[in-house]
Structure formats: C-alpha cells, structure tokens
Design a protein. Structure first.
Length: 473
C-alpha cells in the first residue's frame, strides 16, 4: 500500500472514531472478560508479516474493542474526552520523534517545554520556578520526595542514606503513588505517616502538627509533607496555607500533589482552593487530567532549580550527550529520564489556541455541571451525597431508606451493571466503610442530558436489583 493511500485510510478511521462520540447508538464499551477477548481476538505475532492492509484490519479491531474515552458518557477516571488540537500535537510529536534530553536534538521543543514550565511556575506563584515534564503525577510525587531528601541530605544522591528514621506525612486520603515514592526514595511504606482528615476529606493541620511532634519524640526525622490538591475520590483540597506555615516552622519540605486539582489555578472563582500554594517547595500538575491533553502530559515544578539539578546530577557523567556550552538549556539535566518523548508540543498548541481564559471557562463549566449533578442527587429521595464537594468529583449512593438493603452490595451491583451495560461509565470507590458511586466531570462532551441519564439508570438498576430482576446482558 502506497504511503498516501495508507495515510488516507488511517485518516478515515480517525475521523470515524471522532464522529462516533456523538452517535447515541454506540456504546462506550462492549463489556467482555479478559479470557473471552483473548480467545476471540488474534493477538499472535507472526513469523512472516501480514502486510499493510492487515494493519488497517488490526486498527479496525482495536477501535472496535477499545473503551471510547472520547464519549461524554465516560466519567470514570480523572480524565476523558478528546482535544483535537492537542491530538494534532501528539501526531506531530510522534512524526518528528525527538527526544527531550538535549537542545541539540530537540531545539524548538526544548524552548516550548521551558515556556510551559515558566508559565505554570508563574501561575503557581514561583517567581524563579523550574521543572520538567514527567510521566505523570506518580513520577511528580516521587521527584518531590527526592527533592525533599536532597534538601535535607545534599550528599544522599551520591552516598546513599539510611531511610529507616526519615518520615513523610500525607493526608489519610492520599494517592497511592506516595507509597511507591517511599519505596524508591528508600524510607519504606511504614515511614509514610497518614494524617487524619476532617469530614470533607482534607488534612487537618492540627493533626499534622501532632504527628510531627510525635515523630520527633520517637527519634524520627520529618523530611517531607505532601499536601493534596484534589484527592482521587472526593476531590478534596488540603489547606495548603496552614500546612505551609507548619512546614516552614519545622523546616520540612512541602510538596503539593496537584495532579488533579492544579487546573483550579486558572479560575478566579476556584483559585482559593489552592490558597498558599506559592509557599510550597514543589508541585506536580497533570495537564492530561482536567486540561484534557492526551496521555501523558504532566509537569513537576520546583521553587529551587538547584535542588532538582542535584537530584538529576547523574547526567553529568554522560559526556556523549551533555556538553558544557548547553549546560543551562539541556533538559536531560533536570529529568530522571534519558530518552523522553516530546509531550510539550500538544499542550503548547492547545494553550495558544484558547489561552488562560479558555482554561478558566473550561474549569468553571465542569464545576457547574458537577453542581447540576449534585442538585439532581439531592432532589432524589433515594439518592444521597456521600461527601461534600469542592471540585468535580461527585460521590453518591443509592439508599432506599428501607433499612433492609445491604447498601454496599446494592451500590457495588449498580455500578457493576452500569459497566456491563456499557453506556455510562462511572467508578466505584469507598469513603470509610461505605461503597459509593463516583462520577468525575472532566470531559468536554459531558452534558446535563448525560447526567440526567446517569441518574435514571442508577434508579432503574437499583429498582431491578431490589426486585430481584437479573441483569439483561
């Protein structure tokens, strides 16, 4: 197949997939078990290639079976939807196939990434902030903890350290990636201290101070506090200003995990959720979440460039890559990665298209839709909110008020039936001991009509379960 014909055929499939997002007859997912898929799909890697036409057949099969995350019915994780401009940037990044470790190999891409980091630093309030794009919030949290270790023990990256006495503090509703970070940094899971939260799921600053005092009394060394701006389940925002005051008084590094909630900084109405973020030492922020960039597009930003440079000083030995004349511009000197794809172009193009004001309107639109869904839940006699809301996470459950239903089983089954039905995808989680249904609004195709349908489907499935009616599929 000739190049032009191949690209034309590919373009037709791309357009078809994009247009399918508005086709109400299509499902978001056709549910099948992994065992069933593996038996009915040819996944073998041949000794002799099948040719370019087979490539199109394989693409067709993939698009047929994939979760259609571009549909407005997709409200399961903290991301969703399709930004066409960012998609164009993704295509061009793959086409040009540059690696971001040196200016020499990615000249304009290097300057673009620096411009993005500089602008995000300004929005956060870091006058001289610096940073790097990373593989996601998990990597950003790990970098934050590594910078904290480097700050308290500048030689640790070269000589190592005994992490058994060093402790980090997180909210009890923290993201699990902090445990991975503790493993990599060398303090271990047991040295991650979970601080009590208030009824809204926010870290209690008074409890943080108590935990720090207790740690010091037990001979432990506090070295890092991780505040969360937008927790995974509730979307809660820890009080950064209060936490920063403690961190500064105690000389402890403060990292803010704003992977989910960082976009609040664009909106004058929502920015106060992250009040005091300029007092932090480092921040991670995922543009592939609410900002809608194709996975992956995430930033780690630090107030002190020197600390990040020290953490990543392993690159200094790579004489075959890094040279003195570009020391201040080669991004590989500020990254844990060597080979790293260009994730900056898609965000830069999308940002230039709509500007800060466009992001602000997007944030406020999503929050308005979340307000709408919450109000619908409050108005329904058999539905109840399971947490107060600050962001676009809407946590609720069905409660028939009879006192006879096992509400955890009931709500888990409702969500299971929604998944297997394959139309509207939301997630199941827990708040304390209660199983809840969580809808996340971060998809440009979500509408009030879809939210109305979600409510009706939850009520329908609940009624069928209570009546003992088996699922239809």
């Amino acid at each position: 197949m000739a190049l032009e014909e191949f690209i034309d055929n590919l373009a037709k499939r791309i357009i078809g997939y994009v247009e399918s997002s508005s086709d109400k007859s299509k499902k978001t997912i056709t549910f099948r078990t992994a065992e069933s898929r593996s038996k009915t799909t040819d996944l073998s890697l041949p000794l002799e290639g099948h040719g370019s036409q087979a490539v199109m057949d394989d693409i067709d099969e993939f698009l047929k079976q994939c979760v259609n995350t571009n549909r407005g019915d997709f409200m399961n994780p903290l991301w969703g939807g399709l930004n066409i401009t960012a998609f164009a940037g993704e295509v061009i990044s793959a086409l040009t196939n540059q690696s971001m470790y040196t200016y020499e190999l990615a000249p304009l891409a290097t300057l673009i990434e620096q411009a993005i980091i500089m602008r995000m630093s300004e929005i956060i309030g870091f006058a001289d902030g610096f940073g790097t794009l990373t593989t996601g919030g998990s990597n950003g949290n790990m970098l934050g903890m590594l910078c904290a270790r480097q700050s308290i023990l500048p030689s640790s990256s070269k000589t190592g350290f005994d992490g058994t006495k060093y402790v980090a503090y997180v909210s009890s509703e923290f993201h699990y990636s902090v445990l991975m970070s503790a493993n990599v940094v060398g303090i271990g899971h047991q040295n991650v201290i979970k601080v009590a939260c208030d009824e809204k799921g926010r870290m209690k600053s008074s409890s943080l101070q108590e935990e720090i005092d207790r740690s010091r009394a037990n001979g432990l060394i506090p070295f890092c506090i991780i505040a969360t701006s937008g927790t995974t389940v509730r979307g809660a925002f820890d009080p950064i200003g209060e936490i920063a005051a403690i961190a500064h008084d105690e000389s402890i590094w403060l990292h803010v995990d704003a992977a989910w909630g960082g976009s609040s900084l664009f909106s004058s109405k929502k920015r106060d959720l992250m009040h005091g973020v300029e007092l932090a030492d480092s921040v991670c922020w995922d543009a592939h979440k609410m900002m809608g960039m194709p996975l992956i597009c995430s930033a780690f930003i630090v107030k002190n460039e020197r600390i990040l440079s020290s953490v990543c000083s392993h690159g200094d030995v790579a004489h075959y890559l890094f040279h003195e004349e570009n020391k201040d511009i080669d991004l590989g000197r500020y990254s844990l990665q060597c080979g790293r794809r260009n994730d900056a172009l898609k965000l830069w193009l999308a940002w230039r298209e709509i500007g800060d004001s466009g992001w602000a309107k997007m944030v406020e639109k999503y929050c308005g839709l979340a307000d709408y869904l919450e109000q619908k839940i409050v108005e329904e006699p058999n539905l109840e909110m399971m947490s107060s809301r600050e962001w676009t996470n809407v946590c609720f459950r069905y409660n028939d008020q009879s006192g006879h239903s096992d509400l955890n089983y009931l709500n888990a089954e409702i969500r299971d039936r929604l998944l297997k039905e394959g139309e509207i995808l939301v997630s199941r989680s827990n708040i304390d001991e209660d199983v809840i249904i969580r809808s996340v609004i971060s998809n440009p195709s979500v509408s009030a009509e879809i939210l109305d349908r979600l409510i009706e489907k939850v009520k329908l499935h609940a009624s069928e379960i209570i009546s003992g009616i088996p699922p239809t599929n």
